[in-house]
Design a protein. Structure first.
Length: 418
């Protein structure tokens, strides 16, 4: 049944795209896809109000055609499927109002996923966020190079008249420029990137200013100041730089892009600052975890001003044979600066053991099998003005710990990953 529905959705999506010919911006990468998609949406919507982006994490062989056919249709049984199919047939039978720009997130959990999607979706712009040396979802691939080859299929699918947008700071991503038939626009912190961030600064709640990030957005010798509120880390800036690159491709200038970015808010669970109990602050990065994103989150925790730094880290899943090594690397990083380390899950034991090996006192490390246990212990350990990073793979549901220690748990449905 699933295969039949998948084929029906693909056929309908193919003909809808041919009929309405929207401008398609496709986003892939091992980390940062959703944040980048949302930032691109904020910029593109200010340029063209008739813009649609993938709903939630609709980024698979089912999710992508669902986005093409319907804006926000949650699949909850046969009636939902029927509604989407009827919507697709209606779009083909009649001339309806349809988005001018589609922003589609594309995942690659297994070999062939991107190829499947680009056989019926022909992007005008292809964006690759980041991959890293040990990407997420690697367990179904022979290794990181195989993951990179799969992601590069998106860039290969962009026509010469389109544009490829690549992360200059990620060596694996930058190498994809050799496979692009389209002009390449790069983004990053590197001075050699086309669209870059300079004067990067994080502002903690302790600074007296509204917490967040400030930087200069630069392109072609011009620059504008930019601010992101209640979000931390360079990963958030990378999302904005990719979005700015898309804005430039659409014909916007830096001032217009900077204004549009004022409407951008990092999605729940992506390095968002939330007020905690006892006047503490939580950096909620619970949506997912890979070695690259966890390392970036720890770097942000180290850089932010605060009395004590507490890292609460759960298992990183879907990295196959690299799991032990990756968790040990994270433990080594946490040992450099964390005042307290809480680990959750079976694989996170490697974080604990590596942290001890690299000098963090065992008395400052607490391991738990469940989120509930960790949340209760953390509640007792928190002191005034602590800065607490909470991160783990989606399967670990680390947002339960955030809910346990947030100052306004009644807002959990609004602020946390669900």
């Amino acid at each position: 049944m699933r295969a039949l529905l998948q084929n029906i959705l693909r056929i309908l999506a193919t003909f809808v795209l041919k009929k309405y010919r929207p401008y398609v911006i496709a986003v892939t990468g091992s980390v940062g896809k959703t944040s980048t998609k949302e930032a691109i949406f904020a910029v593109s919507k200010s340029f063209e109000p008739k813009t649609r982006r993938s709903f939630a994490n609709y980024n698979t062989e089912i999710g992508v055609p669902l986005t093409i056919l319907s804006e926000k249709e949650k699949i909850r049984g046969f009636r939902s499927w029927l509604k989407v199919i009827l919507k697709g047939l209606t779009l083909l039978a009649l001339r309806l109002d349809y988005p001018k720009i589609l922003i589609l997130e594309m995942a690659a959990d297994r070999p062939g996923d991107i190829k499947y999607l680009t056989e019926f979706v022909k992007p005008n712009v292809g964006v690759v966020t980041a991959i890293g040396e040990i990407p997420v979802h690697v367990e179904f691939f022979s290794g990181p190079k195989a993951v990179a080859r799969e992601k590069a299929v998106l860039i290969e699918s962009v026509a010469p008249s389109g544009r490829s947008i690549l992360n200059y700071d990620d060596e694996v991503v930058l190498e994809m420029k050799e496979k692009s038939r389209a002009r390449v626009l790069t983004f990053g912190f590197s001075p050699e990137a086309d669209v870059k961030a300079t004067n990067y600064e994080m502002r903690s709640p302790a600074s007296g200013d509204q917490a967040g990030i400030s930087f200069k957005l630069e392109y072609g010798g011009s620059f504008v100041p930019a601010r992101l509120y209640d979000v931390f880390g360079k990963q958030a800036v990378y999302a904005v730089l990719a979005a700015a690159s898309c804005g430039l491709v659409l014909g916007m200038n830096l001032v217009e892009i900077s204004e549009a970015l004022k409407n951008y808010q990092s999605p729940p669970g992506r390095m968002r600052m939330i007020k905690g109990i006892k006047n503490a602050w939580i950096i909620d990065d619970t949506y997912n975890a890979s070695p690259l994103s966890t390392m970036a989150a720890l770097e942000a925790l180290r850089a932010i001003e605060g009395k004590r730094k507490i890292a609460v880290l759960g298992d990183m899943r879907e990295i196959g044979k690299y799991s032990e090594e990756a968790h040990q690397t994270i433990g080594e990083k946490a040992a450099e600066f964390a005042d307290l380390l809480f680990t959750v899950g079976e694989k996170a034991r490697f974080i604990k053991s590596a942290a001890i090996q690299y000098g963090l006192s065992e008395e400052k490390i607490f391991h738990f099998d469940t989120q509930e246990e960790a949340g209760r212990a953390l509640q007792n350990a928190i002191k005034q003005e602590d800065i607490i990073l909470i991160k783990g793979s989606r399967a670990m549901k680390m947002e339960k710990i955030v809910e346990e220690i947030m100052a306004e748990p009644q807002r959990a449905g609004e602020l946390l990953v669900r």
